[in-house]
Design a protein around this ligand. Structure first.
Ligand SMILES: [Zn+2]
Length: 633
């Protein structure tokens, strides 16, 4: 069984990224990110936990209770990386993870080293916070990825045994239960695709639809002293004024009644990814409408300009409309990765190119800022302003973000191109060589571009013999004008769902040149975003820009931009090669007054120029003051 979708990604093995931008990130992924992450998995006991659960090693559980998931996400990233380049070191690391994991699984299919080593009698007792199914979901995603990319079934077999165990305990006519941290739902849908067995898809549907109906299964857990003892803070997150609330885990209402994005941001993303797949599978209009409502609330009122999401550290998630503080922005790296994944499912469900505007914003800004240019330091939170204390680190106690950004970089081509039975989509013109088949005819497609530094690109289509299919080229929202030149075209392109469309018979060597007319532009926020009143943010194409003390010489908070003056684009070697943007304005002279408070007019302003860098690249030259939303003159 495979899901019937309007559009899907090309298999990773059918695309070779030749892009200077993403090609560099993928080289760093293989040469630096994955080897150093493996060292961290070993050093922090994450691999040892599996070996201890397997009885191969002495010792007890180390670290946080959901640490198994980091090894799984890491394995998934390795599978993607090995389709890019068969690297012996990455292969060896992946094999070590697979061997550790397969050894730890119990004969009944159970695997979670925290419970196996510390609380073997309390399995499935605290679903709201103990993440057994969440970890299992990442196991399944890894199992599917390793199988589909490399043909290696070992983790897939572990995944199937785990999924079957979960389904023997929970489900219609059995125990009613689902995980506090969504993830297994989307993973089971992937498992359905990989195995051809629809029972996993239907079980995922049951879990998604059961969620949010009262009474919640978590309410009983909050009354169970042994369950609460596993993680005593549980109650404070799931209750409000002593009553069960559930918003934290999107367990407040059945999914079809959701109108706003609430709770923990990563949980929300993972739930809605599964829901979009389920809606797409059944052409379920009511579910699709609910998802569009939530999406519009998120992207219209609760998303940073960088596509960071979830402003608050207290719930790692959402608060209220237009509450988007810059300095204290939580904006977890995983949440922006999740937004890319959810946006992609919405795109596949609807065929609407508007979703790519958000995918691209998250990909090039809020997610990518989560990793250093060197590939071995990470942000967990991604604020839009810094007073010099925010810094990437090599790892975290809770290390969800590093392997998440790794699997995103490894699979970036999933979000750039799409195919259906009769169409090829260019969502984001990342340079590549790809192959697809239309009407039985193999077709080579080649994109040459310098994205995101230029909006100009060239697309060459080479079918084995003339063949008809649709070519859809996305028109980004930031593009003021799109110019397309196809010398052999008899008619101009049609426009449909945010794409320019050519429906014709293609012949060997047909070449299109496209110009998305990328130019720097200033944006303002809705005035209800109080933190941004009187401020503007500078963008160029998909990139949001930031000003750092490192380039400006003093705190960027002292700068006021002249948003009417021309912005000069300059190609530079710094930060692994970026376009910087030179802006004119005024700066407050950073001098000390004699008094804390002085008469109005005491502040001296001088003419000033400020060099902005892409937001994703900030804090790569040491911790420094930074600002995205600068004051307007
Ligand atoms: Zn994270």
């Amino acid at each position: 069984m495979s899901l019937q979708r309007r559009m899907h990604s090309l298999p990773l093995s059918d695309v070779k990224i030749t892009d200077s931008f993403w090609g560099r990130w993928q080289r760093v992924l293989i040469d630096v990110t994955l080897p150093t992450q493996f060292d961290q998995l070993v050093a922090t006991g994450r691999i040892a936990n599996f070996n201890r659960a397997a009885g191969k090693e002495e010792g007890t559980f180390e670290g946080l209770w959901f640490n198994d998931s980091d090894a799984y996400k890491y394995a998934e990233a390795c599978a993607y990386a090995l389709t890019i380049r068969d690297d012996p070191k990455v292969r060896e690391c992946l094999n070590a993870v697979i061997e550790a994991v397969t050894g730890a699984q119990q004969s009944d299919g159970y695997i979670n080293t925290f419970f196996q080593l510390l609380h073997p009698t309390l399995k499935w007792r605290n679903l709201n916070m103990m993440h057994e199914m969440y970890c299992g979901g990442h196991l399944i995603e890894a199992g599917v990825a390793v199988f589909e990319c490399l043909g290696d079934r070992r983790l897939l077999d572990v995944s199937i045994r785990f999924a079957d165990l979960v389904m023997s305990v929970f489900g219609p006519g059995k125990r009613r239960g689902y995980c506090g941290h969504e993830e297994i739902e989307l993973a089971l849908i992937r498992l359905s695709g990989a195995t051809g067995n629809s029972k996993y898809l239907e079980f995922a549907r049951w879990m998604v639809e059961e969620r949010g109906h009262s009474p919640s299964p978590f309410e009983a857990e909050l009354q169970d002293p042994e369950s609460v003892a596993l993680w005593p803070r549980t109650g404070s997150l799931l209750t409000k004024q002593g009553r069960y609330d559930g918003q934290y885990a999107q367990d407040h209402l059945p999914i079809r009644e959701h109108t706003e994005i609430v709770g923990h941001a990563v949980r929300a993303m993972y739930l809605y990814i599964a829901a979009a797949e389920l809606g797409d599978d059944k052409d379920d209009t009511a579910l699709e409408q609910a998802l569009l409502r939530i999406w519009n609330n998120l992207t219209g009122r609760r998303m940073y300009v960088t596509a960071g999401i979830g402003p608050s550290s207290s719930n790692e998630g959402f608060t209220a409309d237009f509450d988007l503080p810059n300095l204290s922005a939580y904006a977890e790296t995983c949440a922006s990765c999740g937004l890319v994944f959810w946006g992609h499912k919405m795109l596949e469900m609807t065929g609407d190119g508007d979703f790519v505007d958000v995918i691209e914003r998250a990909l090039f800004n809020g997610a990518l800022s989560g990793i250093s240019l060197s590939g071995d330091h990470y942000f967990y939170t991604n604020p839009l302003e810094s007073r010099g204390t925010h810094e990437r680190t090599p790892w975290f106690t809770c290390a969800c973000c590093p392997p998440n950004i790794a699997r995103l970089i490894g699979s970036v081509s999933n979000y750039a191109y799409g195919v259906s039975s009769d169409a090829f989509y260019v969502h984001i013109p990342i340079a590549c060589e790809a192959q697809a088949t239309f009407n039985g005819v193999p077709v080579q497609l080649k994109i040459e571009s310098d994205y995101p530094w230029s909006g100009k690109y060239k697309l060459t289509i080479s079918p084995k013999k003339p063949v008809q299919f649709k070519l859809l080229l996305r028109i980004p929202a930031w593009s003021s004008e799109m110019e397309i030149d196809l010398p052999t075209a008899e008619e101009p392109a049609d426009y449909e769902g945010g794409y320019a469309v050519f429906d014709r018979t293609w012949t060997e060597g047909d070449t299109l040149t496209i110009d998305l007319c990328m130019e720097p532009n200033w944006v303002e926020a809705d005035p209800r975003v109080k933190d941004n009143l009187g401020r503007a943010a500078l963008c160029n194409g998909p990139l949001v820009y930031a000003l750092e003390r490192t380039d400006f010489g003093c705190a960027p908070q002292l700068f006021s931009a002249d948003v009417e003056a021309p912005v000069i684009v300059q190609k530079e070697k710094l930060l692994e090669g970026v376009n910087t943007l030179m802006v004119e304005g005024l700066s407050i002279k950073e001098i000390a007054f004699d008094e804390l408070y002085s008469p109005v007019g005491s502040t001296e302003m001088i003419e000033s120029k400020a060099k902005f860098i892409p937001y994703y690249a900030w804090c790569n030259r040491g911790p420094t003051d930074m600002q995205v939303w600068v004051r307007q003159m």
